[in-house]
Design a protein around this ligand. Structure first.
Ligand SMILES: Nc1ncnc2c1ncn2[C@@H]1O[C@H](COP(=O)(O)OP(=O)(O)OP(=O)(O)O)[C@@H](O)[C@H]1O
Length: 254
């Protein structure tokens, strides 16, 4: 049984009284436990809408979505926020750290919201801060560290609850290439220790770190590529070719 299952997911937004925008037409997607999956597609393709539905921040118009066999399609607001806290971790392009807290307290935040004991939080942060190389940053404020370091703190905050699924939305979008590479290597490392990751990205380079890349276009999964045994540069080449094919098809179909 897959960890995440989406069946015939459709999402229609209504603007004003009549104007309907079909953001997702018919998405079928399964993610196995331990997979690292990237989602690519042009602006407006439906990536954020899909991520929001998986994150239980939005509900599909029709179709079903299950995570660990819990049906997420119709959770109440209260149940979905508890579900998010207990089962999902989030990493964003803009880090979303609270400047009034130091980095340690930022990382503790999801556990504080779940009313965890302080000793439990200390036990959880120890191996995590070692693995992420952030031991020396914990007492500082987010405003006192670099972008790459902020993203490490945000990753620690996402992982401290040991989520079933890590959702990353353009995690390297605000970083230079050196820091992007470090964060993606970290994702690889986290994935190798068993963490399932779903990452939305515009960057072919970032997607080449994943085991599988899905290409969304006009609200459907248009293509998917598996890395298999290929080295990363071959896989990157394939991703770039797929993106080019996607764009040229658009030109020829206009
Ligand atoms: N709340 C909303 N109300 C109306 N239309 C929306 C809403 N959210 C998204 N859309 C529309 O749904 C479609 C898909 O948008 P979405 O944000 O999912 O695309 P995206 O692939 O994430 O784009 P980007 O890469 O630019 O972030 C677009 O046509 C967008 O205008």
């Amino acid at each position: 049984m897959s960890l995440l299952n989406l069946k015939h997911i459709k999402k229609v937004f209504t603007e004003g009284n009549t104007n309907q925008i079909v953001a997702l037409r018919d998405i079928d997607l399964s993610v196995e436990k331990g997979e690292f999956v990237a989602i690519m597609g042009e602006s407006g393709a439906g990536k954020s809408t899909l991520l929001n539905i998986i994150a239980t921040l939005d509900q599909p118009t029709s179709g079903t979505i299950t995570l660990n066999q819990t049906n997420l399609s119709h959770l109440s607001e209260k149940d979905s926020s508890q579900f998010r806290r207990e089962h999902l971790g989030f990493v964003f392009q803009s880090f979303n750290l609270l400047d009034t807290f130091n980095n340690r307290d930022n990382i503790f935040l999801p556990l504080v919201l779940s009313k965890a004991k302080h000793e439990f939080m200390i036990e959880r942060i120890k191996p995590l801060s070692k693995a992420l190389g952030i031991d020396n940053l914990l007492d500082r404020q987010p405003s006192e560290i670099s972008g790459g370091q902020k993203q490490r703190i945000a990753i620690a905050r996402a992982l401290i609850t040991q989520p079933d699924l890590l959702l990353a939305d353009e995690p390297t979008g605000a970083l230079d290439s050196g820091n992007s590479e470090k964060i993606l290597q970290l994702f690889n490392h986290i994935n190798h220790s068993g963490q399932t990751i779903l990452m939305v990205t515009h960057s072919a380079e970032a997607a080449s770190y994943a085991q599988r890349t899905l290409f969304i276009k006009d609200g459907i999964i248009y293509n998917e590529l598996y890395r298999g045994d290929q080295n990363r540069s071959h896989y990157l080449e394939q991703i770039i070719n797929s993106l080019a094919a996607l764009q040229s098809r658009e030109v020829t179909s206009q």
